[in-house]
Design a protein around this ligand. Structure first.
Ligand code: C2E
Ligand code: MG
Ligand code: MG
Ligand code: MG
Length: 280
């Protein structure tokens, strides 16, 4: 209050900060209600396998339809869910829902689920995953957990222990948004990921910027020698696709193939291709 002395600009920032804090608090209150009010839904974005020329899985992406604001994107509400701890119950719902949906798909089609660092580092995480698997009857080999490099900022030993535990259950682990985080390569040595997801920012620039091209090529070669798969994220055109195919990227994901779609549309997509296989 001592600052109420006519320093207009300062006061302006105070008011703006206050406003932002209020909005954030409101968002958190709304988020608290969202689960019980059934305002969450999952969308599924196909991941297309370039070797077998078919959909090898879907990534589950969380959608929140707010009662008055309409659709709110995960980039806005996931950070609030993390800071309030709500991500634990939301994440549990996501895992349960994603596994239940995937259990309807043909056996070769996997489900990838994003897990936030807070959720991953919570002591109950492995049992939450096991419960989602047993309730849905989904084969653990069909579940892929996506984590980001930020988990390695937490105590390394526990993180590695949880990763090994999940993997011993047959669950696959993917490293999401690769190249955008703290990018120390040492954790690629300490832990055998099943997949590296090449961040969209590299894919965006791949056909216009020779450094982006060189980085993608290096990631693909590195992953291949470590026996890890690669998925390129955010592929939007044919030129990007051909470049990635030429570099030996395992699979691709992006608007060029499909935007995230709802459960019934995802089912129709893979359901159809299996019935064709049966008919042949
Ligand atoms: P992500 O895991 O890296 O997911 C990829 C994001 O890129 C998704 O955004 C997807 O819709 C978008 N995308 C895919 N292809 C294209 C493309 O060709 N062009 C463009 N412009 N975008 C594309 P979305 O759904 O808004 O999710 C944003 C982030 O929110 C995700 O990034 C993930 O980190 C987080 N997220 C989403 N669902 C969950 C969830 O269930 N749990 C947690 N913890 N995080 C989630
Ligand atoms: Mg992801
Ligand atoms: Mg990503
Ligand atoms: Mg991302």
């Amino acid at each position: 209050r001592a600052k109420q002395d006519g320093r207009g600009a300062f006061h302006f920032f105070e008011v703006a900060l206050d406003q932002a804090a209020r909005e954030r608090r409101q968002l958190e209150l709304d988020l608290r209600m969202a689960l019980s009010s059934g305002e969450f839904a999952l969308n599924y974005q196909p991941i297309y396998d370039l070797k077998n020329d078919r959909i090898s899985g879907f990534e589950a992406l969380l959608r929140w339809t707010h009662p008055t604001r309409g659709l709110v994107g995960p980039d806005l509400f996931i950070p609030v869910a993390e800071q309030s701890g709500l991500i634990l119950s939301i994440g549990e719902w996501v895992l349960g829902q994603a596994c239940r949906e995937a259990a309807k798909w043909p056996d070769h089609v996997r489900i990838a689920v994003n897990v936030s660092t807070l959720q991953f580092c919570h002591p109950g995480f492995t049992s939450t995953v096991m419960l989602a698997l047993s309730r849905s009857g989904l084969d653990p080999q069909r579940l892929e957990i996506e984590i980001t490099e930020s988990v390695f900022l937490e105590g390394n030993d526990t993180v590695l222990a949880v990763l090994r535990q999940l993997r011993s259950l047959g669950i696959r682990i993917a490293l999401d948004d690769f190249g955008t985080g703290y990018s120390s390569l040492s954790y690629l040595r300490s832990f055998p990921f099943d997949k590296i997801k090449i961040d969209k920012s590299f894919v965006d620039a791949i056909t216009s910027d020779t450094s982006a091209m060189a980085i993608v090529r290096a990631i693909v070669v590195l992953a291949f020698s470590l026996k890890m798969e690669t998925t390129a994220e955010g592929v939007e055109d044919c030129e990007q696709l051909e470049e990635l195919r030429g570099q030996g990227c395992t699979s691709v994901q992006g608007y060029y193939f499909s935007r995230p779609i709802d459960g019934s549309a995802a089912f129709a997509l893979v359901g159809r291709s299996t019935s064709v296989e049966f008919a042949a």
